[in-house]
Design a protein around this ligand. Structure first.
Ligand SMILES: Nc1ncnc2c1ncn2[C@@H]1O[C@H](COP(=O)(O)OP(=O)(O)OP(=O)(O)O)[C@@H](O)[C@H]1O
Length: 258
């Protein structure tokens, strides 16, 4: 299942993708995985199973040792130049000396977008994440959840086709985390082309968000199992208490034990 109804394009294609670091650590071993336009795919696995290494290769920051990796039909290092990819990390990475709106407009400023358009686009995404009234605030004046919303707004401002999120809600309290999960799904649904790759250690979070889950094995990192979450969107809080939710959580937990 994807966010789009048409035949979905392959956004990321990994074939026997491996990464061996110079010290001999095999971080990723022969991963085969195709991710399509409009998917919401979660990587779940124990610490050190190579999730961040896969993200680094997708963004062209690290080269595969062997195998192939295509991002939007191109080698990852080429796709990087198109800047269709945005990231959100666990740490909000907002610049503390810039206001919220100046943080959000930064990716557009770096691309030479005019001041007027930067302002318009930033206001659009800040409205989407519910922070328009705080655009003149400084990051230190925001709660943890608001900082993460600002960080998401900054990632979305340039309308990325691929959004990579590495444990973005890991530092938040459970209530805020669940609220942001619902908000993130709404943002994703507003752009049918956008594909989200999301790393989490939390099985419940993965099941709530995903169209598909890649369960990773401990080192060397491999995809142990791909699990579909064939539950339609929109999903709301009630999904978390359905038998179907519990069943998929059990399947993922089982796959993690192998
Ligand atoms: N630059 C590096 N040189 C050597 N080994 C590395 C390097 N970067 C990562 N590793 C090792 O590769 C393995 C995979 O690391 P990676 O950071 O990709 O895992 P991860 O699943 O993202 O972990 P976590 O969930 O803890 O962030 C780990 O054993 C790690 O120690």
């Amino acid at each position: 299942m994807t966010n789009v109804m048409t035949q979905a394009k392959e956004w990321v294609k990994m074939e026997r993708l491996s990464k061996v670091y110079p010290n001999g650590t095999v971080a990723v071993k022969e991963v085969d995985l195709s991710i399509h336009e409009g998917e919401f795919l979660c990587f779940v696995g124990p610490s050190g199973c190579g999730k961040s290494t896969i993200f680094k290769m997708i963004t062209g920051l690290s080269n595969p040792s062997s195998g192939t990796l295509q991002v939007m039909g191109k080698a990852a290092s080429e796709a990087r130049k198109q800047s269709d990819t945005a990231f959100v990390f666990q740490d909000h990475t907002l610049l503390p000396w810039n206001s919220v709106i100046d943080n959000v407009t930064l990716p557009l400023a770096l691309r030479g977008v005019s001041r007027k358009e930067r302002q318009q686009e930033a206001e659009r995404v800040l409205e989407m994440v519910g922070l328009k009234d705080y655009m003149r605030s400084m990051p230190r004046e925001l709660s943890g959840g608001m900082k993460m919303r600002a960080s998401i707004a900054r990632a979305l401002v340039a309308r990325p086709k691929l959004l990579l999120m590495d444990e973005p809600f890991g530092a938040l309290d459970e209530i805020t985390r669940q609220t942001l999960q619902i908000e993130l799904l709404e943002l994703w649904r507003q752009d049918p082309e956008m594909t989200v790759l999301f790393v989490t250690h939390n099985v419940f979070e993965a099941v709530f968000l995903s169209t598909r889950i890649a369960v990773m094995t401990p080192r060397p990192g491999k995809v142990a199992e791909l699990i579909d979450v064939p539950v339609p969107f929109p999903r709301d809080e009630s999904f978390r208490t359905t038998p179907e939710f519990g069943q998929i959580v059990r399947s993922v937990s089982q796959a993690l034990k192998h």
